[in-house]
Design a protein. Structure first.
Lengths: 412, 135, 412, 135
């Protein structure tokens, strides 16, 4: 079913926070890029696990442990199906940051080449781990530049990705610009040059249909908390053969087949990469979130968020004196960064908060991008399936009010 | 929510199973073995070693040893009885139901790995893989 | 208040699973070494977070985010107080395995020395990461042996820990033997030799009062799920100066102060070690678990579990043909490993499960210890505050029944 | 559960604050500065640079620059006015309440860092620390 305002309002009923009040006013949540709200279904799935199935997995011979193991393995299977991966190609991690760090620690063992290619619009999570790797292994970082229209310069990418390139890791959807990068195209460039391709899907997986076979990436990282799932959850997709080749990252219980005092043999996928007791309840919550999103339909979610973006772009334009940092509806997910002339984004966020309008202000963990844009930060509204054009109207009213406050100040 | 069948584990501990556990057939070392593999259940640490003499593609003799649970020992015992004289091809074609048929008891899903370790190890031995490192 | 059977039964009312039935029979949960059950208070704290406070932390300027940040920081403070650490000395991790891996990756930068000293009773979590480090850095592992009474050989420890020792990492309470090791004594030996001391407190922190200042350890690792808290939570205590010296492990958002394309500066403690969006709801659940345990009193918990162990040791003795692997009540926590002559621990666990009695069977992620003891595995009953002597009676009845079944077999 | 005060953020945006934001005092570069520090708010990325001429332990001149929010700029403006002629010791003794007194507005706890960045940077400059690396 296509989403419109009335469907979005219906979905909103599933989200306790969005139906609550603070100081007598409803909460207008426009910070979905940071984390999304959780539907009651997900919250209940977590509680239900603890109330009826809680046990450690893999090693218990009793029914409770067996049920927990089955639920955990089913969460794996759901997640794999969700992104069209093969069985055992998704490793559960604590989030995108964890996933990318895992790669930055283990990939050197199976790659050659001197360069790591990123983009100028990376989140720190897909930048700092590579800086560290570059320092450890004397490699060099290269950055695919951004054009004036806030899209990637693919022509430059073709120059930058060469036979010397070991790893190409790019953000799928920019958490600042909203730009939806052509992951398939970049991965093909990587493949042509025998480089490993990695997609930071933190901002794309919650909002659009991801098909790892279509993108043909080697790895793809994501976070559960940005897609209606619990905090402390996430995943790393990897092609089966690469996961087999890759050495383990964390070691300990469950990831081994056998251990002597001096040696250990690794277990099968995905256990090889899931040392210790995993976030079992978290995985079950994540799988419930996936079910929730699939019931709505990822295509429907993406389409609705683009409609919201279109509306927001029009309305901010009408206000005037607003600079937006966005490539336009065709090329952007539902994320809108902007600045108002003469008003710092912090001050805007604070004043909007008086009316419980939640937006983010600052560098959005993308400092090099801010440097590139020549600004200290932006205000950012980011949408999800439960937002409506009325939320955007409230935002616009708040912006206008902020402009008034800044024009004269509140009298003593 | 759960698919765990409600049969009692007790149903597994039939007299014929326990008899084999206490006095397994084909238990011990095989002199002159041409094929050997040490199998391992990472879940519990149980291990079992299967040794074979294979000639002209047929099993001439087979023995197994290890410290396993009743289900593991009984299934390995039944299995080694079953395969004597069989072709290696016939052995490689054996599947889970064949083991369950031999055992004639309901196996709870938690214990599947115990019941199948014998077959897995046997097939690896036939394929000619060497014993695992950690001897 | 001291705990007895009636107090334990009263506490049990807080734990939904322990009040439920499976196939018409109650659940007798004796696998607390693997994971503990969760009280309703903890389950509710997690739900309440998602239903009323959910937002990302640290970077939001609106009230919701600020409340989430405060709740998260309070969880840090509670955890620090719980083990008598100073502010900012506890880093949240996803569990003991994660904590120890973090050290195995980062400690080489601040240590010298060739040897890593462990004990023969380590869980794989405190063994395999050090094997890997030893391989990477050409170091050698040494193992403090176990004496016939299942306690550590402290005289041997004095010989093994030398000026060549870089790291001493030992389990506080053995998850197999129950042995409570003298952490203070080992840490003093480490200190005398300028070695870093690490305590694997996975099995001690849930069951006894931990005071890091008294133990005087450099680091201490633990898991939330073994102490009434959520899965996917845990911590690493570290002395302030060492945490300052230690390089970061995972890198990304929130753990940096500033980032350029080529460089990053680290943030203050504990953020330096908590890259990315943490398990916020998990931390809040963990802090609720700590409150729950403190209300009962850690000394009371330890005393009650020793009483349960005493009772279990007596009762198993009465049954006959049972070998126990335990140093006795004085030196052991509430963990009892045993084997019945002629009956494999798997078969026992399966038959006990017919009556919903949950115990663990196997190597308990301590394969080298099994090799040392010359056995493939053990059956293990591990107690928590909500267990009663009646649970042990049920276990003993189950053991007797198992012996009967094995004596004759179930008729066709 | 929460300690967040219920005052509106709007209360912060008084005329005197916004006037200073739009036309801050002591804004710009200081020639011949003897002390300098660049302060940084890692939460938001805002930065501010404070430059001073200190002679005989007293502040002879002070300037600041940076791209901050209204709260940050206004507090830095008020602070730099306040400390002219003061001893370095007096500056090092200044605390949060002194800044709040100068600003004469309620600061919501979320914005404390914005209000205090000026003082922190000033004190680091006086202590003689060098500017941070990332210039
Ligand atoms: C002594 C000991 N150390 C470490 C661990 C690993 O803990 P986790 O699986 O929570 O990381 C365990 C848990 O089984 C344990 O008993
Ligand atoms: C594009 C992008 N990558 C990575 C991350 C890091 O995700 P997490 O904090 O869940 O590890 C984020 C989240 O802010 C993001 O937006």
């Amino acid at each position: 079913m296509k989403i419109d305002n009335s469907r979005a309002k219906q979905l909103r009923l599933d989200f306790p926070i969005l139906n609550s009040n603070k100081n007598g006013k409803p909460i207008i949540y426009l910070d979905n890029g940071a984390t999304t709200q959780k539907p009651q279904q997900v919250i209940n799935a977590i509680s239900a696990f603890y109330e009826t199935q809680n046990a450690n997995i893999h090693r218990g011979l009793y029914k409770l442990s067996q049920e927990a193991t089955e639920a955990y393995e089913q969460a794996h299977a759901f997640t794999e199906k969700f992104i069209n991966a093969n069985p055992h190609e998704v490793i559960f991690t604590s989030g995108t940051t964890d996933s990318i760090n895992m790669l930055a620690f283990t990939l050197p063992e199976i790659t050659n080449g001197k360069n790591i290619v990123l983009t100028e619009m990376e989140h720190h999570a897909n930048l700092v781990p590579w800086q560290q790797l570059a320092k450890r292994n004397s490699m060099k970082l290269k950055f695919i530049p951004i054009k004036d229209d806030f899209t990637l310069d693919y022509a430059a990418a073709e120059q930058l990705i060469t036979e010397d390139t070991a790893i190409v890791s790019i953000v799928h959807t920019s958490n600042v610009l909203g730009t939806q990068n052509d992951a398939k195209r970049i991965c093909a460039l990587a493949k042509d040059n025998n480089a490993i391709s990695i997609i930071d899907a933190a901002q794309s997986i919650p909002h659009s249909k991801i098909d790892v076979k279509r993108i043909d990436c080697d790895f793809l990282a994501f976070s559960g908390h940005k897609m209606c799932g619990p905090t402390g959850t996430g995943g790393l997709y990897g092609k089966h053969d690469l996961l087999e080749e890759l050495p383990p990252y964390k070691t300990g219980g469950d990831m081994i087949r056998s251990v002597s005092k001096e040696n250990a043999e690794w277990n099968d996928l995905p256990m090889k990469f899931e040392a210790g007791t995993p976030n079992i309840a978290g995985a079950i919550g994540l799988s419930e979130a996936i079910t929730y999103l699939e019931n709505i339909g990822m295509e429907n979610i993406e389409a609705w968020e683009k409609q919201l973006l279109k509306y927001a772009l029009e309305k901010t334009q009408e206000v005037g004196a607003i600079t937006t940092f966005n490539p336009g509806v065709e090329k952007s997910a539902g994320i809108l960064s902007f600045n108002i002339a003469g008003i710092h984004s912090h001050d805007l966020a604070s004043l909007l908060d008086d009316d419980n309008i939640c937006i983010r202000a600052g560098h959005h963990c993308a400092m090099p991008l801010m440097t590139k844009l020549g600004i200290p930060g932006t205000a950012r509204a980011s949408f999800y399936v439960y937002n409506t054009t009325e939320d955007i109207d409230a935002l616009i009213t708040g912006i206008k009010h902020t402009k008034q406050v800044f024009a004269k100040g509140i009298p003593k | 929510m759960s698919n765990i069948e409600e049969t009692l584990s007790e149903e597994m501990y039939r007299e014929h199973i326990l008899d084999l556990y206490k006095s397994p057939h084909n238990f011990g070392d095989l002199e002159g073995a041409t094929h050997k593999h040490k199998g391992f259940n990472p879940l519990c640490g149980d291990e079992i070693t299967v040794q074979l003499i294979i000639k002209d593609g047929k099993v001439q003799a087979v023995k197994f040893k290890g410290q396993g649970c009743a289900i593991n020992i009984a299934s390995s015992s039944l299995l080694t009885d079953e395969i004597k004289g069989k072709t290696t091809q016939a052995i490689m074609e054996m599947k889970t139901p064949d083991v369950l048929d031999l055992m004639k008891i309901p196996i709870s899903s938690v214990r599947f790995k115990c019941a199948l370790l014998g077959l897995e190890t046997l097939q690896k031995a036939v394929q000619g893989s060497e014993p695992d490192g950690n001897a």
